[in-house]
Write a protein that binds this ligand. Structure first.
Ligand SMILES: [Zn+2]
Length: 364
């Protein structure tokens, strides 16, 4: 994978990758200005530039939208997405089907899927995650990313703050279930997360270096998953809560809140669960070691303050989750993936009903 932070030389290398190729550029109404700009640049390098412009403000990756991209892309040798989560996923999916390369001009530091092998799409009214290839090229222009709506940057930060509980879940599963830890993938994700948290003050001012650290961590999430061969380094209990809620939004045909925002609140929930195990001195095999993990986590207060400073919601009621859905999430989110997390541990210990009122009070 060829990841470039934009500067003059990076810019040319990026476009040279599309030299003499027919390129399909896909974008929506929000990213249109950047698409127009890139299409003009691209016209000097590519053989031909085709466009798929979606008039949507809230683009859904449905079958017909993907088909629209597919029909144009089949006449080309490269698909370039100008956008973030949805458009990148659609480009990955369409180009995988066609067996051609794809790339992305990232327009927001909003989620960690840029380099992942998954594409979240809609099929038959349901959300599915297809296995796809990763983009061959990711161009990051920090000036563009800095100008993204602040809620998108907040969501990206939420996705990265979630790596605290995600990596803690991994260590916990190692202690309790003997699950192996892929040290390199673990260290890579941990280091990138730490850089983001260390530059948090600058991130509240959207300074270039801090936004770069955030973008880097979002990319590293993809590479560490690739090294590990599964999503363990980037997805734990906080993500399982997000996925559970997302399925409900999809079922109800309602607008889905940003991925990273759901993950952020899920992180607060998971931190609370670890603290509960520790403060209540819940007994189980490996408990003492798990209490230590709980101590190493940042406090719920610290994380909440950071999220609030970036304008990120900290309660599920703030993002349109129904009360009964959150209750159901506490009971069932552990079933979303076959992966041992603090949600599974709480379930196995029969503590679900005890923690439910605490979580509802704090996070609904
Ligand atoms: Zn994520």
């Amino acid at each position: 994978m060829n990841i470039e932070y934009y500067h003059e030389s990076g810019f040319d290398r990026f476009f040279n990758r599309m030299k003499d190729k027919t390129v399909t550029v896909i974008y929506d109404v929000n990213t249109k200005p950047y698409a127009e700009w890139i299409k003009e640049k691209l016209s000097c390098f590519a053989k031909e530039v085709l466009s798929v412009e979606y008039p949507d403000e809230e683009l859904m990756p449905s079958e017909d939208k993907c088909e629209q991209a597919y029909e144009t892309a089949k006449k080309s040798e490269y698909v370039l997405a100008v956008g973030s989560g949805t458009l990148n996923d659609m480009a990955k999916s369409v180009s995988t089907r066609l067996g051609i390369e794809c790339g992305v001009l990232a327009t927001a530091a909003s989620m960690d899927g840029y380099c992942s092998k998954g594409a979240a799409l809609m099929r038959g009214g349901l959300k599915v995650t297809d296995e796809v290839h990763t983009p061959s090229d990711v161009l990051i222009d920090l000036e563009i990313v800095r100008k993204a709506p602040h809620e998108m940057t907040a969501a990206g930060f939420g996705d990265i703050i979630g790596k605290y509980t995600c990596l803690t879940d991994w260590k916990m599963a190692h202690i309790v279930k003997g699950e192996p830890i892929h040290e390199e993938a673990f260290a890579l994700m941990e280091k990138a997360r730490t850089a983001v948290v260390d530059s948090f003050e600058s991130l509240t001012r959207y300074e270039a270096k801090a936004v770069e650290n955030l973008m880097n961590a979002l990319i590293v999430a993809g590479t560490s998953m690739a090294i590990c061969g599964n999503s363990r380094p980037a997805s734990g209990s906080e993500h399982h809560q997000s996925h559970f809620l997302e399925m409900d939004f999809v079922r109800r045909g309602e607008k889905i809140p940003l991925h990273g925002v759901k993950v952020a609140i899920g992180t607060l929930v998971s931190i609370t669960l670890y603290n509960y195990l520790k403060t209540q001195k819940i007994q189980f095999e490996g408990a003492e070691e798990v209490y230590k993990l709980a101590e190493e986590l940042p406090s719920e207060e610290t994380v909440r303050n950071m999220l609030q400073q970036l304008g990120c919601p900290v309660r599920f009621s703030q993002i349109g989750v129904r009360k009964e859905t959150m209750e159901e999430m506490i009971e069932k989110a552990y079933t979303v993936r076959d992966r041992y997390t603090v949600l599974t541990l709480i379930h196995d210990l029969g503590l679900t009903e005890q923690v439910k009122p605490i979580l509802m009070e704090k996070f609904y």
